[in-house]
Design a protein around this ligand. Structure first.
Ligand code: VG1
Ligand code: CO
Length: 586
């Protein structure tokens, strides 16, 4: 357990983004890169008042290339920095929501986790030529708040040395079990426990949902489902829930073996990248129906991203937008025992670019509604409002983003498999009478639109553009907000043009520059942001929304055509970035 101190120097660009630090794998594998960040992170965690010698540090990842090596480095550095207990996922695998569940649920009080390193670049491709990432989660199970990630970043800019126990034996992470090592003088003892990947999550999910009701639905002859884990870390979780617990055939879980390059795919569950599932469900990448001949299309389809926190929900030849999914789960919260048992849902939140569909449900059902910046870390304070701050209690709570993320206060991360089980609960409740014809995903969504109206919505991503012109474009729109307010553009009038600022209602912290918004007088919205998860270059995101109270059966691209034209003019991306053709539309 002898620690060595290694001289190092600051490395540029180690600033965590929307969800941790993401870079090319090769960058991470370069000398001192990971070490510098881990040391800076641990120093910030200690400075925030955490005693790392007490409790456990969780370490796990989505299984991408360099995962295993990084885990051993983190253990060796953790020990040198005073950590005495580690919980490592078997085979190095823990999903993002899985880590949150482990932190919150696992262990006796004296072993409880104080934090976690999650090794993932989420939906970014993996492999030696692609991306790697690391993020830190806190004692509440949620992503480190801005204050902490800023402190980590500040440390990376001044770092001079890091500590590591290079002599610590390499841990065999392929077998569940414990390794304990004592220091030569007997004064300290370090335990590394390799834990079952899915246990804590499955146990928790079983307390949230009515598994018997879901099983009855899945067992119906007229119901079939497929869950595509895209070779990410979700596979073991999907199998544990659907095969082991719910007794379904293995064929329900496709691409369920985690691979270090996600099978060469892009483990991002949307209509563009989840090609295989989208075709199985009888759709093209625009969400239009395709001819599948004699093939039988499943009743329900879902997909997950690399680290298992995202979800896409599909019915037979039908795509549910993530914003609608959030609104519908909120509207049906009472069919989920977890919410019912706590006296029903109290609060909902969405990130600013997410459509206002959930707002209509909140208004109708009297839930407190919050609009936060992009990224899950902003939901944490709201969910912890009572426990941590003695303030108003917003839980039980459901939150979500347009980027295929949905979750609740059962953990402090978005949770892909939770969303799938939530949808199956809704379907089970609508189909409690087995003698009646099946109520489908499409029926449920259409009924919802008929009641609340429809928020037509799309997001255009311009990936891999140059950072300087993209930043200049944003700066121009920011500078023009006052001039643009009141302007008439096409058939729209800009009621407000601004740059979104969020004041956290719980602790008063302020997040500025969270996206340029054009709020039209008829309620339509155009929003621009730069992605905070790109491993290199820049990605411009353009979000378009138009609400229709009764005209609910238009084709999305037709409904949004005029607004898109206006949006492209307002940003002038053609001039700045040389393109106005998106790489992905969701
Ligand atoms: C994107 C999404 C955001 C999400 C984040 C992390 O961020 O837009 O909604 O929270 O990814 O998701 P950005 O800054 O690139 O727009 V995950 O599943 O990649 O951890
Ligand atoms: Co993810």
């Amino acid at each position: 357990l002898k620690a060595t101190t290694v001289k190092t120097a600051p490395i540029e660009g180690q600033k965590p983004g929307t969800s941790g630090l993401r870079k090319k794998t090769k960058v991470f594998m370069a000398k001192d890169y990971l070490n510098n960040f881990v040391q800076s992170a641990l120093d910030a965690v200690k400075a925030s008042g955490t005693n790392v010698a007490e409790g456990s540090l969780v370490v796990g990842g989505d299984g991408r290339y360099f995962n295993d090596e990084a885990i051993q480095t983190i253990i060796q550095m953790g020990i040198a920095n005073g950590v005495t207990r580690f919980w490592v996922g078997k085979d190095g695998l823990l999903s993002t929501p899985g880590v949150s569940a482990v932190i919150r649920e696992r262990g006796p009080v004296w072993q409880k986790a104080f934090g976690a390193f999650i090794l993932t670049a989420s939906h970014n491709p993996g492999g030696p030529e692609e991306d790697f990432g690391i993020k830190y989660n806190c004692e509440n199970g949620g992503p480190a708040p801005d204050k902490l990630t800023e402190a980590m970043y500040a440390n990376t800019t001044t770092i001079k040395e890091y500590k590591i126990c290079e002599g610590f034996p390499t841990i065999d992470i392929s077998t569940v079990g414990s390794t304990t090592v004592k220091s030569a003088d007997g004064s300290t003892e370090v335990t590394v426990e390799v834990i079952d990947t899915t246990e804590a999550s499955v146990k928790l999910l079983k307390t949230i949902f009515d598994f018997d009701a879901i099983k009855a639905l899945l067992d119906r002859d007229d119901f079939s489902m497929v869950y595509d884990s895209m070779h990410g870390v979700n596979g073991p979780y999907a199998k544990a829930v659907f095969v082991d617990e719910l007794g379904q055939d293995e064929s329900v879980c496709v691409n369920a073996i985690p691979k270090d390059d996600f099978g060469g795919g892009h483990a991002d569950p949307n209509l563009t990248y989840a090609k295989e599932l989208v075709a199985t469900m009888g759709l093209d990448k625009k969400g239009n129906k395709i001819d599948v001949g004699d093939a039988k299309i499943p009743t329900f389809g879902a997909a997950a991203d690399g680290d298992g926190d995202r979800n896409m929900i599909l019915g037979t030849q039908f795509f549910v937008t993530p914003s609608d999914s959030l609104a519908i789960i909120a509207a049906y919260a009472d069919v989920i025992p977890f919410f019912k048992a706590q006296g029903g849902l109290k609060g909902v939140a969405r990130s600013m670019p997410t459509s206002g569909a959930v707002d209509l449900v909140a208004k109708d059902l009297n839930f407190d509604l919050f609009e936060t910046p992009t990224g899950w870390k902003y939901f944490g304070n709201l969910m912890d409002s009572k426990a941590l701050y003695g303030g108003k209690d917003y839980t039980p709570f459901i939150c979500g983003e347009e980027s295929f993320g949905t979750g609740s206060n059962h953990v402090r991360e978005k949770d892909g498999i939770w969303a799938v089980l939530a949808w199956l609960s809704i379907l089970a409740s609508e189909n409690s009478d087995a003698s009646k014809p099946l109520v489908t995903v499409e029926d449920i969504v259409t009924k919802h639109w008929a009641k609340y109206g429809r928020n037509y919505y799309c997001r255009w991503d311009f990936e891999g553009v140059d950072k300087a012109p993209a930043t200049a474009m944003m700066d121009k729109m920011r500078a023009d907000t006052t001039a643009n307010t009141g302007k008439v553009v096409g058939k729209y009038t800009i009621a407000t043009a601004d740059d979104f600022t969020y004041v956290d209602p719980v602790d008063g912290s302020i997040a500025k520059k969270q996206g340029i918004r054009f709020l039209m007088s008829d309620g339509s919205r155009i929003i621009f942001r730069l992605s905070g998860t790109a491993g290199s270059g820049a990605t411009v995101r353009m979000y378009i929304e138009q609400y229709e109270p009764s005209n609910i059966s238009m084709v999305v691209s037709d409904a949004l055509k005029d607004l898109i034209t206006v949006a492209l003019e307002l940003c002038d991306i053609k001039t700045f970035c040389g393109t106005e053709t998106p790489t992905v539309i969701t």
